[in-house]
Write a protein that binds this ligand. Structure first.
Ligand SMILES: O=C(CO)[C@@H](O)[C@H](O)COP(=O)(O)O
Ligand SMILES: [Co+2]
Length: 224
């Protein structure tokens, strides 16, 4: 059973309430919120105010707010995002000097702790925290922008991480983010991912949001 996280970065910000509501109504499970600081990645997006504004929509659909922090030294803002209502807070291993401490900080703040890896970062960077985390995020594009091409080398990375999590007896989510489409969704789930993040495949193009989500639903079984 797969979970689909709709990445709000690709939505029309002028119609955010309607579009996020449509996505959850059509069967998306989580709202994925990409926070970028113009430093860790070459783009600027949203902050805690928008996370807080999404909380009532998420509550209406019993959905999680999945916050993906692409910011340097993210420990500075963990409590702020907890107060804003995030359920999951994911930080990049490349952005943390004290990764273990930040994971603990996220969990102590009452959120699920996620750790993300850029495509160029060895999986071994996670070894020390893998037994502790609630979610592992495999970036399948270089972070910063929606609408990029899926990097094929991401699939064997998912397979390896799935084996490692199973060997640890971990029930952490394994999430993949970047270039995820109905056409590669099933392969990614077969490789071992259980949360697919999709932005442009849900909010982009000329088809409706509900048709785009229906295309994911025909490629895989989404959790109700
Ligand atoms: O974190 C990121 C990008 O840095 C992602 O969440 C993407 O923004 C997803 O968009 P698509 O690749 O699905 O269009
Ligand atoms: Co993301």
């Amino acid at each position: 059973m797969a979970l689909l996280a709709s990445s709000v970065i690709a939505a029309d910000y002028g119609h955010l309430h309607t579009q996020t509501n449509d996505a959850l109504e059509a069967g998306a499970n989580w709202l994925h919120l990409d926070v970028m600081d113009g430093q860790f990645v070459p783009n600027l997006t949203i902050g805690p105010g928008l996370v807080q504004a999404m909380r009532p929509i998420a509550d209406t659909h019993d959905a999680w707010l999945d916050v993906h922090l692409m910011i340097d030294d993210p420990g500075r803002f963990v409590d702020t995002f907890a107060q804003a209502g995030a359920d999951v807070c994911t930080v990049h291993v490349e952005a943390c000097t004290h990764l273990h401490r930040v994971v603990q900080q996220i969990q102590q703040a009452g959120m699920k702790a996620g750790v993300a890896l850029n495509p160029g970062t060895p999986l071994s960077a996670l070894d020390a925290v893998l037994p502790l985390v609630d979610l592992v995020l495999v970036m399948s594009v270089n972070p910063g922008f929606s609408g990029q091409q899926f990097i094929p080398q991401s699939t064997p990375r998912i397979q390896t991480l799935r084996r490692q999590l199973n060997a640890l007896g971990s029930d952490a989510f394994l999430q993949v983010d970047g270039g995820v489409k109905p056409a590669n969704a099933k392969r990614l789930i077969q490789a071992g991912a259980d949360v697919l993040v999709a932005g442009s495949a849900i909010f982009g193009g000329s088809a409706s949001i509900s048709d785009n989500i229906a295309a994911f639903r025909s490629a895989l079984t989404l959790k109700a």
